[in-house]
Design a protein around this ligand. Structure first.
Ligand code: AHR
Length: 498
C-alpha cells in the first residue's frame, strides 16, 4: 500500500517552463529532413516542415538548444550566415558528416521566433574561444552600428534576436569532444568567455559545462574546479544523462529516474560547496540540457569511426518502446520534483536523433512512444511544484540498489487551483495509492497513462502511432478520501484541483 501526501502550503516553488525544452543539433537527420526539408510537401516558404513544427507544438517544447552538442565544438558559425548560395559545406568532425550550411543561425532563430519557442545557443569552446563567441552574441543580440550586428542587418535581419540563454561549450570534460580540455583549462576559458559575453549583453544567462554524465571519472572534481573559476560569471551548470535498459535488467532501467535525482542532488551539492566557501548568496541552478533514453551502450555503433558521410545520414535513430515511455515519464517527474534547482531541461533531441518525433524524407512525421509523457507533462505541469511525500515499498535493482516502488510529482496552479499529479508505478503489479491532502480538499477528475509492455521498440510509423496515452484506472473518492489505482509499470498523469 502506498500513501501520497500533498499539502497546498508545502511548495518547492514555480516550475520553470524552460524545463520542457528540447534540442536541435546538426547531427544525422535532426535538421535536414527533420525540421528542415524544402522539397517536402508540407514545407513552408522558409523550407521548414510544417508537419514537424505542428508536432513540436503538440509536444509543447518551450526551448530549443542549438546547434550542438558535440557538433558545436568545431562549428564555424560565420560559414552559415549570409546568402545561402555563397555558403560552403563544412566538414563536421564530431559526427564525420559534411554539413551543407543551408540552415544556420538566422534560419534557426527565425524558426524559433515563428514557432514561439525560446532558443538556447551554444558557443564553440572546442576549436574556438572568446572572439568567436562574442562575435556570435553581437550578431544575435547587438544593436545597429557595430560590425557583427551590422552583418546581421546586411543579411536581412534588422531587429536583434535577443537570445537569452547561452551554453559555454558542450561536454568539455569528454575526451571525445573536439578540443576537449581539463577542468582548469575549461574553467578559465569559460569564465573569460562568459565575462566578455556579458560585456556585449549583460542580460544573458550563461551555462557552464558540467559533467557529461555522473559516470565520468572526473565527476564532482570537474564541477568543483570549473565553478571555482566561473561561480560569479555563470547562472547555471549543465547536466547530461542518458539511460537505457542493459542486459534485460528491466528493474534497474525502471529505477533510472532515482539515479537522475541522485545526480541532480550531487551536482547541486558540488555547486553549493563553492557557494558556501565564498559565503555567496548566489545559487547556481541547473540546466539539464541533455537527457533521455538512449541505447548508447547497447545499440550505438560508434559512427565516429565510419567514413565521412553526406546528405543527412541516419545516425542514432533510436526506436522507442512502451517501457521507454514510462521511464521518460518518471524522469519528467524527477525534473518537476527538483523545480527549486532545475531551471532548464532539454529532451535530447527533437527529431529523428533519439527523438520523440520521427520523419521519413518526403514522407510522414510521427510520434514515438516517448512523445506522449513529455507532451502530457508539458501541458499539465503549471504553477508551483509541491513537496510530495510518498510512503511506499521498494523495488530492488542491481544498478541503483533499492528504489521507491512508486514515485510522484505534483503541481498546483496558484491562479486556478488546478492540480496535476504524476505517479509512476515501477513494479509489475497493480498498486493502490491513498492520496492524503491534510489541510485541503483535493478532487481528482481522472487521468491518462502510458503503460509498459514487452513488445519492444515500435518500429515504423504505424506501430509507433498505434501507441498512446490510455485512460487511467478509475479514482475512488469517498468524502475526503481518494484512492488511486496504478497499472503495472506505468506513468499516470491525474488532473483535478487542490
Ligand atoms: O545528443 C547526442 C550527443 O550526446 C550530443 O551531441 C552530445 O553532447 C552528447 O554526448
Amino acid at each position: 500500500m502506498t500513501t501520497i501526501t500533498l499539502h497546498p502550503d508545502f511548495r518547492l516553488g514555480p516550475v520553470d517552463r524552460r524545463v520542457f525544452g528540447s534540442f536541435v543539433e546538426h547531427l544525422g537527420r535532426c535538421v535536414y529532413t527533420g525540421i528542415y526539408e524544402p522539397d517536402h510537401p508540407t514545407a513552408d516558404e522558409h523550407g521548414f516542415r510544417r508537419d514537424v513544427a505542428d508536432l513540436t507544438q503538440e509536444l509543447g517544447a518551450t526551448v530549443l538548444r542549438y546547434p550542438g552538442g558535440n557538433f558545436v565544438s568545431n562549428y564555424v558559425w560565420e560559414d552559415a550566415v549570409g546568402p545561402v548560395e555563397q555558403r560552403k559545406p563544412f566538414l563536421d568532425l564530431a559526427w564525420r558528416t559534411v554539413e551543407p550550411n543551408l540552415v544556420g543561425t538566422d534560419e534557426f532563430l527565425q524558426y524559433c521566433e515563428r514557432e514561439g519557442i525560446a532558443p538556447m545557443m551554444a558557443v564553440n569552446l572546442g576549436t574556438r574561444g572568446i572572439e568567436a563567441a562574442i562575435a556570435l552574441l553581437e550578431y544575435c543580440n547587438g544593436e545597429a552600428g557595430t560590425k557583427w550586428a551590422d552583418l546581421r542587418i546586411a543579411n536581412g535581419r534588422e531587429e536583434p534576436y535577443g537570445v537569452a540563454l547561452w551554453c559555454l561549450g558542450n561536454e568539455m570534460d569528454g575526451p571525445w569532444q573536439i578540443g576537449h580540455k581539463d577542468a582548469h583549462e575549461y574553467g578559465r576559458l569559460a569564465a573569460a568567455t562568459g565575462r566578455a559575453m556579458r560585456q556585449v549583453d549583460p542580460s544573458i544567462e550563461l551555462v557552464a559545462c558540467g559533467s557529461s554524465s555522473m559516470m565520468m571519472d572526473t565527476f564532482g572534481e570537474w564541477e568543483r574546479t570549473v565553478l571555482s573559476y566561473c561561480y560569479d560569471v555563470v547562472d547555471h551548470i549543465s547536466m547530461h544523462a542518458y539511460y537505457e535498459e542493459l542486459d534485460g535488467d528491466r528493474a534497474s532501467f525502471l529505477g533510472s529516474a532515482t539515479a537522475m535525482a541522485t545526480f541532480i542532488d550531487r551536482v547541486a551539492a558540488s555547486a553549493d560547496a563553492i557557494g558556501a566557501e565564498r559565503r555567496s548568496d548566489k545559487q547556481i541552478t541547473i540546466s539539464f540540457d541533455e537527457w533521455n533514453v538512449w541505447y548508447l551502450v547497447s545499440r550505438f555503433v560508434g559512427e565516429t569511426n565510419l567514413p565521412i558521410q553526406r546528405d543527412a545520414p541516419r545516425i542514432i535513430e533510436d526506436v522507442y518502446s512502451a517501457l521507454d515511455a514510462v521511464v521518460v515519464g518518471d524522469m519528467l517527474s524527477t525534473l518537476i520534483n527538483h523545480a527549486d534547482r532545475v531551471a532548464v531541461g532539454c529532451l535530447a533531441q527533437l527529431v529523428n536523433v533519439i527523438a520523440p518525433i520521427m520523419t521519413e524524407p518526403g514522407g510522414p512525421a510521427w510520434r514515438q512512444t516517448t512523445f506522449h509523457p513529455f507532451a502530457t507533462a508539458a501541458r499539465l505541469a503549471r504553477g508551483d511544484a509541491l513537496q510530495v511525500k510518498v510512503d511506499t515499498g521498494t523495488l530492488t535493482t542491481a544498478r541503483h540498489g533499492d528504489v521507491p516502488a512508486v514515485t510522484a510529482a505534483a503541481t498546483v496552479d496558484p491562479e486556478t487551483g488546478a492540480l496535476a499529479l504524476f505517479v509512476t508505478n515501477r513494479t509489475d503489479v497493480e498498486q493502490t495509492v491513498t492520496l492524503r491532502t491534510p489541510g485541503a480538499t483535493a478532487r481528482l477528475d481522472g487521468g491518462s497513462a502510458v503503460l509498459a509492455d514487452h513488445v519492444g521498440p515500435r518500429e515504423g510509423r504505424e506501430a509507433a502511432e498505434a501507441y498512446g496515452m490510455v485512460d487511467a484506472l478509475p479514482v475512488a473518492q469517498e468524502g475526503d478520501a481518494l484512492t488511486l489505482r496504478l497499472a503495472p509499470e506505468s506513468w499516470t498523469a491525474f488532473t483535478g484541483s487542490l
